[in-house]
Design a protein around this ligand. Sequence first.
Ligand code: AMP
Ligand code: MG
Length: 405
Amino acid sequence: MRTVEEHLQTVLAGVVPLSPIDVTLQDARGCVLAESVTAPWPLPPFDNASMDGYAVRVADVNAASDGKPAVLDVIDDVPAGYRASQALREGAAIRIMTGAPIPEGTEAVIPVEWTDAGTEQVRINRDVQAGAHIRLRGDDIALGQVVATAGTVLGPREIAPLAAVGRGRVSVHPRPRVVVLSTGSELVEPGGTLTPGLIADSNGPTIAAAVEEAGAIAFRVGPVPDDPELMLSVLEDQLVRADLIITTGGVSAGAYDTVKAVLSTLGTVEFTKVAMQPGMPQGHGTLGEDRTPIFTLPGNPVSAYVSFEVFVRPVLRRMLGHSRIYRPVVRAVLSEPLTSPAGKRQFARADLRVDEGRYVVSPAGGQGSHMLGALSQSNALVVVPEEVTELAAGSPVAVLRLDEG
Ligand code: AMP
Ligand code: MG
């Protein structure tokens, strides 16, 4: 029997981020940047107006007031996206809009609210300091400044400066393509007709959703009946489009545990017991010439999901290029007693909340590996160490958050 740490190290060994590809900024959302990006021009790229108003020389509006407005000829009009056709001369103003380039000779911009908004002549009711309402070239981002470093996870706030410095495409680690394959002759695709003895495949949709939530791409297959030849041919077919394969079911000690039977003969997949609950039977290895990683998760739905969280998700996060591959763990106070099997690390699904400034965690519903009823009421897993068999209410516990990073 392996410990959770030993199995985790085994499955992470040799896993590296997928080779970078160029994608559009839109497709890059959620991906990890594989290059550092510098600004090929300063931002703003040119001096421009920060208000709609009038470009003026300071001396021409000196001491202007409501009672004694400055009156200037409006000699030009510059919308955003255009340039003035002439320089600003003494005694004149140029109408200008927010974002438009500052005409030569301009010392300040008077907001339109301080004027009568004239188009031939403008009456200005206030004076102004040099530089007012002008955004200077480079005052945001300097030429050559690093706007994003390799390893950055690209969300809207990271994409904004990339777009602003003109990058249409960036180099990122691609999302792994993950084939999710349910096995079991009792399984029917959800929505299909159930006859006695059959059940709906819940692992397929659950694990596919978990794969997508981790940032990877899921391709669902199945359910595949417990038939060795069929299973092998399905696996071979799927290899071409997979960076990683996940199967569920068929890895216990039953007479029809086909996944184990079929993959054991190939010699590249190892079946082990991991000292944990749920999720004791685990299989992991590679398939095919490309040595595509494969995880064979147990069939019980909670075991499959917890196994995904504990072992597969960190692998996918590493393939995605993330430096933080694990869910955050917080310390919480247990709201009620909890028992745990000796010699196994228990991952008890639970509800974590903040109560009077501290984390409180309550085990959710039945803890049987087949019991899905309370899964949606849980947002966390209480991690009970191997040597601990009983925890009293009020005990401090480590809790893995399932709703964050
Ligand atoms: P196995 O690991 O194949 O022996 O399955 C263990 C238990 O999990 C059995 O009760 C199966 O019916 C159930 N099970 C296996 N695969 C699935 C699945 N995809 N969806 C729901 N239950 C499953
Ligand atoms: Mg089965």
